[in-house]
Design a protein around this ligand. Sequence first.
Ligand code: TMP
Length: 239
Amino acid sequence: MEKREMLYEGKAKKVFITDQADQYLVEYKDDATAFNGEKKGQIEDKGVINNKLSTLLFKELEKVGVPTHFIELLNDREMLVKKLKMLPLEVVVRNITAGSLAKRLGTDEGVVLSRPVVELYYKDDALGDPFVNESHALAMGWANIEELKEVQTLGLKINEVLQKIMDQAGILLVDFKLEFGVADGKILLGDEISPDTCRFWDKDTKEKLDKDRFRRDLGQVEEAYIEVYRRVSGVLVQA
Ligand code: TMP
C-alpha cells in the first residue's frame, strides 16, 4: 500500500488516498477543537492514543459482528480503512445525561437514563451540526429508512459492547458519537471511537476522562486520554 495525496483535512484527522481505490489512510492529529471549532488547542499525543484506542475497539466490534471501516493499524498515528460513502449524520447514543442533552432537557448531568437514547445530528459545520429527527433525514435524503434502522440497531449494539468493555476498565460510558458510511451497499461504522467522541467517567469517582476536560478547561487532559488507553488495553489484552 502506498500513501498518496491528502484528500481531506478535518479537525482531528487527515485522510489520504492510497494506491488502492477502495482504501483510505487516516492520520490522527493532536489538534483539538470544541464548540464547532471556536476553541482550538493541542492535546499532546492525542493522535497516537485515539488511533490505538480506536483500533482496539474497532477490532472488538468486528469480533462480535459489527462491521467497521478498520483494516489495519499502520503505525502510531495512521490506520488503513475502507473507503466509505459517509451518511451526513452523527449518531449519538446516551446512557447518562450530560452535555447538550442535560442542557436541552434542563436536567442535571449524571442522571442514569432508564433506557439508552439514540439521537441524530446533521453534519454541517456552518449550521453547527443541528439536532434532527428521522423524518428530517428521510425527507432530506440523508439516509433511507433501512439505513436509519441499521444505524440505530448498530448504535445500540455498539453501546452494549462498549459498555461491557468500559465497565471492566472501571469506566462509565456516559455517551458517544458514531458516524456511518456505505461500502458495497452495506452500512459500516466509520470515523473513530476515542475520548474525543465519547464521554467516559471513572466508575467510582465520576472523574471525567475525556474531551470534556479540554472543552471545560479542567486540566490533566493528556493524562485522562492516557489513563483510558491504559485501562482499556489492560482489559482487552487479557481477554
Ligand atoms: P453533546 O452532549 O455535546 O451533544 O455530545 C454527545 C456526545 O457526542 C459526546 O460523547 C461528545 C460527542 N461529540 C462529538 O464526538 N463531536 C461533536 O462535535 C459533539 C458536539 C459531540
